[in-house]
Design a binder for this molecule. Structure first.
Ligand SMILES: CCCCCCCC/C=C\CCC/C=C/C(=O)SCCNC(=O)CCNC(=O)[C@H](O)C(C)(C)COP(=O)(O)OP(=O)(O)OC[C@H]1O[C@@H](n2cnc3c(N)ncnc32)[C@H](O)[C@@H]1OP(=O)(O)O
Ligand SMILES: Cc1cc2nc3c(=O)[nH]c(=O)nc-3n(C[C@H](O)[C@H](O)[C@H](O)COP(=O)(O)OP(=O)(O)OC[C@H]3O[C@@H](n4cnc5c(N)ncnc54)[C@H](O)[C@@H]3O)c2cc1C
Length: 661
């Protein structure tokens, strides 16, 4: 049953919704982690709808950059009063959702304090520092940005220095070169007044590597930059234009403090882990939003005929449209599920670290790097498919895609460039490969079993078992991913070793294998995503929901097999006939999903505010609202633009006069 049917909606959507074979609330509860979470989302969305002061005054597509910032500043100033009423402030998901409703996707002036600056203070300060900065940070008496990236970002090679002065017992922070300027930190340009600055720590002429420093960059009262600080906004960007990403030059600035060594030398990197953990489910959500817009629009848009004379069809009936859109839906769900799992894993490990236990840090780091890289890349490609699926209207800001996709672009770069992060996964895999080769040669056990990479140690001979069974066997597909991942991991490892034996240094050999290392990393993450999706679906009770989820899972798994078929076929593991079964499974899944497609996207329960799209409106009344949207454009305030006569009008008048001569 689709709970979103309303009698005044677009008739095509009513018809689609009436065909649902499952309960959309049960699906929504599966996606958002239970019925209570779904209910709370609705209550929070209601609260947002009822409080007009939290809304944008005009669509942000019509605002200048200054107007965008002022609008967001205005909302930030009343946000605290509302969030306590709307949410359980101890529930990060509720807080995230309320933030998302209020500020939407283009950033806002308190974001980096919330997701990076303040969490760094919580996780990386000692008791004395916490007493001083925790409550005040929580109250937003100050706002802290996270200033790590310089005009170059290899963290180990950061150029900003923090030199300990024994006499004054102070650290001197300095930007010694033009490339040491901090560049990009969010909200640093104008909004925040404190920066967590990552700088190379020098004590007694010895460098202790990058460490975070709490630096007041603006006067708490006047908000003017403090002496020695040059700070500003880096200018307009592809997206996130409501965020003032900044530059910062430090000229012998003196924050005070003492040096306490961390329990692990990578603790200083833990703030990045937290954001990487947030990014994966966010990529899933963005992709599901794009799919919702494109699928709803494809259900109301009629173009062309399939059976001549039968009238124009809904474009969602074209197999090509389904093949373009439904895999995005399935991938979006896969990212949401894997993201939720690893977010919980991340919080548990961060708690362990606080208690001095860093045993799971490397496992967590690798999986977060890989998921962030794969989800952001595939979401970017997928959103572009969703945009293209909407034809010309997809190119209009009214579709929501220009804002959604341009903000999505940052996903592949922020919190570490994707390829750099895939190489971190590969580094982890190479350690496992070394254990495998070592174990085989010397009969030793791997260092510690772990369900994320146990399959790499499974030595049983492998045969591809994908067949044409009516009910697809997901385990067989998962085994194919495991096979490919292990093969690519060992191939990369063996090549690395051979190159080293031929005299290459480790670093040069690594570079010469890096394309193959990234392939191994992708295969490992594909395996993780598939396993998580299968595990989650296996826990579902209730046949109607289970059936539709299995349709999506079938599409997800076989689509991913098709994506990596070259690797599976090159050594004869998968045969041509099996590829035929793979394609058959994909086409079957598309037609099983088709009648439920609108109800599946309805189940996400996105509000029109979240979709921010005339094409994706829940009620399907697209065309009349496209006209209203266009008429609200600032250009249409005047029948004749104020500068018309000065330029074009004069040009035409002069041309007319000339032709009269
Ligand atoms: C309200 C909610 C809204 C949510 C909105 C979220 C959406 C986001 C949108 C906008 C906000 C954007 C905010 C963006 C912020 C930033 O971008 S901050 C800057 C981020 N910068 C980076 O990520 C830089 C990437 N580079 C690195 O991380 C490192 O340079 C490196 C690539 C990891 C290499 O590290 P290093 O230089 O130290 O190199 P190695 O010596 O090779 O060390 C590798 C070993 O270190 C281990 N390691 C590395 N990182 C970590 C870690 N984080 N934790 C634990 N361990 C780590 C690694 O495993 C190696 O270990 P080994 O030696 O044992 O193999
Ligand atoms: C919207 C946005 C918000 C941001 N917010 C913040 C913030 O709040 N705080 C902050 O500190 N930073 C922030 N950043 C900076 C961000 O973290 C960096 O841009 C990112 O880590 C990539 O670093 P880079 O730009 O120096 O790229 P580079 O490291 O110069 O990478 C450029 C290219 O070189 C390749 N490359 C680099 N190193 C290697 C390698 N070892 N092996 C193979 N290839 C390599 C990369 O794959 C990439 O293709 C933000 C960036 C953006 C776009």
């Amino acid at each position: 049953m689709n709970h979103q049917i309303k009698k005044d909606d677009n008739p095509d959507l009513i018809e689609e919704r009436s065909k649902a074979t499952f309960d959309t609330d049960a699906f929504g509860a599966f996606i958002w982690g239970g019925y209570n979470n779904l209910k709370r989302r609705r209550e929070i969305a209601r609260y947002y709808e009822d409080h007009k002061e939290l809304h944008d005054t005009v669509p942000i597509a019509f605002m200048t950059r200054e107007e965008k910032l002022e609008n967001a500043y205005r909302k930030a100033s009343i946000f605290e009063n509302h969030i306590k009423k709307a949410c359980d402030v101890n529930n990060p998901e509720e807080v995230r959702y309320f933030n998302w409703l209020v500020y939407h996707i283009d950033g806002h002036p308190t974001s980096v304090h919330s997701i990076m600056g303040f969490p760094t203070i919580i996780n990386q300060s000692d008791k004395e520092q916490q007493e001083r900065w925790l409550q005040s940070g929580e109250n937003r008496e100050y706002l802290a940005t996270y200033a790590q990236t310089e005009l170059g970002t290899n963290i180990k090679k950061l150029e900003t220095t923090a030199t300990y002065d024994q006499k004054t017992e102070e650290f001197i922070l300095n930007s010694p070169t033009v490339t040491s300027l901090k560049w990009w930190p969010g909200n640093m340009g104008h909004s925040h007044n404190v920066a967590i600055v990552m700088a190379q720590l020098w004590i007694n002429n010895k460098c202790y590597g990058p460490h975070p420093f709490f630096v007041q960059i603006r006067d708490p009262k006047t908000h003017k930059p403090l002496p020695g600080i040059t700070v500003g906004d880096i200018g307009p960007k592809f997206g996130l234009n409501t965020t003032d990403n900044g530059f910062l030059k430090l000229d012998h600035v003196f924050p005070n403090g003492t040096y306490v060594p961390p329990v692990h030398d990578k603790i200083a990197y833990s703030s990045m882990m937290l954001v990487r953990a947030i990014i994966t489910p966010l990529m899933g959500e963005n992709l599901c939003i794009g799919a919702t817009i494109a699928i709803r629009y494809s259900a109301i848009r009629r173009q062309g005929e399939i059976k001549p004379g039968d009238g124009e069809v809904q474009i969602l009936d074209y197999q090509t449209q389904q093949h373009r859109l439904f895999p995005q839906l399935a991938r979006g769900i896969a990212f949401l599920l894997a993201g939720r799992n690893t977010y919980n894993f991340c919080n548990n490990v961060l708690k362990d670290i606080k208690n001095g236990d860093v045993s799971l840090l490397a496992d967590l780091h690798a999986i977060l790097c890989g998921l962030k890289a794969i989800s952001s890349y595939q979401a970017e490609l997928g959103l572009e498919q969703c945009r293209m699926a909407c034809g010309g209207h997809g190119y209009s800001a009214a579709s929501g895609f220009p804002l959604l996709n341009s903000n999505q672009f940052n996903g592949v770069t922020v919190e570490g460039d994707n390829l750099v992060l895939l190489l971190q996964v590969a580094r982890y895999l190479m350690k496992r490969a070394k254990e495998i080769r070592y174990e085989i040669r010397y009969g030793q056990q791997p260092s510690k079993p772990n369900e994320i990479y146990d399959y790499l140690f499974d030595d049983a001979p492998k045969k591809c078992l994908i067949d044409q069974a009516y009910v697809p066997n997901y385990k067989n597909v998962l085994e194919s991913f495991e096979y490919l991942s292990k093969k690519l991991t060992l191939q990369a490892y063996d090549k690395l070793e051979q190159l080293k034996q031929r005299g290459r240094t480790s670093e040069v050999a690594w570079n010469e294998c890096s394309v193959e290392l990234c392939k191994a990393a992708r295969a490992h993450i594909r395996t993780f995503l598939a396993r998580t999706f299968i595990n989650e679906v296996n826990q579902v009770n209730g046949l109607p929901l289970l059936t539709v989820l299995k349709d999506l899972l079938q599409l997800y798994l076989f689509y991913e097999v098709k994506e990596c078929m070259a690797g599976l076929m090159e050594d004869g593991y998968m045969l041509g006939q099996q590829l035929h079964y793979v394609k058959k499974n994909i086409y079957e899944a598309l037609s099983k999903i088709r009648p439920n497609a609108v109800s599946i996207v309805d189940s996400f329960d996105f509000t029109d505010r979240e979709l921010n799209s005339v094409l994706g409106r829940r009620d399907g009344h697209v065309y009349e609202n496209l006209l209203k949207w266009a008429q609200a454009s600032p250009l249409n305030k005047h029948d004749v633009l104020p500068f018309h006569h000065k330029y074009l009008g004069r040009m035409m008048e002069e041309a007319r006069q000339k032709s009269r001569l």
